[in-house]
Design a protein around this ligand. Structure first.
Ligand SMILES: *Cc1c(COP(=O)(O)O)cnc(C)c1O
Length: 571
């Protein structure tokens, strides 16, 4: 059932494992970039008819729904949704053992449909079934909720439970298991057990490890050490029981006390990559014992191009959905047609802001967008560092308004403080510079917000942004980026052609470069971006076209999945 006869790749079959997958807003089982990337990867694989199946968890209470009070306090409520409305229940049941209890797992299926008629099934694992202990039923309720033990159990259900479920569903010819981040790394333990039982071996020998490696691909997603899951070995043994892999891992980690999920994935994969060229290098330096390549992320073009631009592209570049590289012809689209489509997107966003927040923004005014998870390294407050300077820029170089959005993880208190800071700046500036914060940033909000702004701002602290993908969504809608040179933007930025770089003059040994970065940001806004927007609209539209043509044609998941095929899946 995994085979798709008629495609050249029928011999290859890929299982793509991800803790979160963001396919649509009403399946709220994603928290941000990682999940959206997974969803976009799956859709591109469907477009290319790659014989892929995806595996994830089914958090029944979703991530969370965000409301913001008048002071900018984040209020979290469960994002209630009903799996049966969007997913098809499957019959097989498999079990894993957790704390000596048998935990039963069932699955639900979603079919991601490609623009060419290809299909990638997505398997959602669910432990909320009769007969399971209450605490085990809870394991598929929350995404990134609970304590470290909870997380360990979830990852075990995903990795070990996921492989067992695939086998129960008849997927027995999978050639590649792709771990999208270390969360899924327990799958290697199940593959190793399969290998041992197939060969009747008792102990783990190098050939068993090699057999697993030959099937495994691992993509690491963050250069921030805290982003790599670690579990105390005592807890691992207590919760998951004994396994020879734990002994192996504690030996090679040089730190016998913990199970590091990134190391587990690294040591059982034969292809490992970071998600931008820069991130590949940073990861290589972090894990020098392994060979780490880079495949730069993308976004799914047909998903992220807004309606007015879809119409435009259908007229000027027919077939762009099937052949994203053809977006390079975008340079030939007439400038007024692009501006017209852009204003449609902008007016839609302004209407959405009016409806949601009862604030009237001005469609003639330069609009800056900033939407992403509210977390410290992304520095939502960098632009607001010097309110006086900002006011002066607005009164001399040209008026602007700012639209923010993004959820903070419920336990991320510095992230929540950032949201409050944006609110405070908005109150301090009043009508001088309108600042609004749209609540509940999700796929639907992003689809309205990103195409509707005049510039997409990104201000991460170097070198923490592994890739970033929202600027790619902007480019596909002709919106240039103004961004710190980190992640994908190092590759995507052609100064004054696809957007602008924020390059603070960092001094050696300074870890927090916020002061310099803010200075560079103000400088570019005041002297380059605003003067061009108000004084040379033709040039501004040229930049919009170049963003679409140069970056839309490359930073998409169609190109990305093709790279995975060549470098990882067909190896
Ligand atoms: C694209 C997207 C993200 C990721 O944005 P980054 O720029 O990579 O931080 C997060 N959340 C939503 C809803 C998105 O659409």
């Amino acid at each position: 059932m995994t085979k798709q006869p008629g495609t050249a790749l029928h011999k290859t079959s890929v299982a793509y494992f991800s803790m979160e997958i963001g396919l649509q807003s009403d399946i709220p089982t994603y928290s941000g970039g990682l999940g959206i990337l997974a969803g976009d990867t799956i859709r591109a694989a469907a477009d290319l008819k790659v014989p892929m199946v995806a595996v994830t968890l089914l958090p029944r209470k979703g991530y969370f729904h965000q409301e913001l009070d008048a002071q900018g306090n984040q209020i979290e409520t469960p994002e209630s949704w009903n799996a049966a409305d969007c997913l098809k229940p499957l019959t097989p049941r498999v079990t894993v053992v957790i704390e000596k209890r048998q935990v039963k797992i069932r699955a639900w299926r979603y079919d991601a449909m490609g623009v060419t008629g290809g299909v990638v099934p997505v398997i959602y694992l669910d432990t909320d079934i009769a007969g399971n202990d209450k605490q085990d039923r809870e394991l598929t309720q929350y995404l990134y909720g609970g304590d470290s033990r909870y997380r360990l159990c979830q990852e075990y259900v995903l990795g070990v439970g996921g492989v067992r479920m695939l086998r129960a569903l008849g997927y027995d010819a999978i050639d590649r298991f792709h771990m999208n981040e270390g969360h899924a790394a327990f799958l290697v333990v199940e593959l190793l057990d399969e290998e041992l039982s197939r060969t009747g071996a008792r102990g783990i020998k190098p050939q068993h490890i090699q057999a697993v490696q030959s099937k495994c691909v691992f993509t690491t997603h963050t250069p921030v050490p805290a982003g790599h899951d670690k579990f105390g070995m005592d807890m691992v043994r207590k919760v998951l029981g004994k396994h020879k892999v734990w002994d192996l891992q504690s030996k090679c980690n040089g730190d016998g006390g913990t199970l590091n999920m990134t190391h587990l994935a690294l040591s059982f994969s034969n292809y490992v990559n970071g998600v931008s060229k820069q991130h590949g290098k940073v990861s290589q330096a972090m894990f020098s014992g392994y060979q780490i390549d880079a495949i730069t992320n993308g976004v799914h073009a047909a998903t992220w191009v807004a309606q007015p631009f879809q119409k435009l592209l259908d007229r000027y570049i027919p077939g762009w959905r099937e052949d994203n590289a053809s977006l390079r012809y975008g340079l030939n689209i007439p400038a007024d047609a692009v501006w017209d489509a852009h204003m449609k997107c902008k007016n839609k966003l302004i209407a959405y802001v009016a409806k949601t927040l009862k604030v009237k923004l001005d469609p003639r005014v330069f609009t800056i967008g900033f939407g992403r998870r509210a977390t410290a390294y992304k520095r939502a407050d960098l632009l607001l560092r010097d309110i006086e300077r900002l006011t002066k820029i607005a009164s001399t170089a040209g008026a602007f308004q700012i639209i923010y959005a993004g959820k903070a993880h419920p336990q991320d208190f510095p992230g929540k403080a950032l949201i409050k800071k944006v609110f405070e700046a908005g109150q301090a500036l009043g009508k001088k510079i309108r600042i609004v914060y749209l609540p509940n940033y999700d796929i639907d909000v992003a689809k309205i917000m990103i195409p509707g702004v005049d510039v997409w701002l990104n201000t991460p602290q170097l070198p923490h942004e592994a890739s970033g993908t929202s600027g790619m969504k902007a480019a596909l809608n002709g919106v240039p980026s103004l961004s710190i040179l980190d992640g994908w933007w190092i590759e995507g930025c052609v100064e004054n052609l696809t957007g602008w770089a924020i390059e603070g003059k960092a001094r050696k040994g300074v870890k927090d470069t916020s002061a310099q970065d803010a200075e560079a940001l103000y400088d570019k806004l005041q002297n380059v971006v605003l003067p061009m927007f108000y004084g040379d609209r033709d040039q501004y539209v040229n930049i919009m076209l170049a963003a679409l043509a140069l970056n839309g044609s490359f930073f998409n998941t169609q190109r990305m999945v093709q790279e995975y095929l060549l470098k990882a899946y067909l190896r």
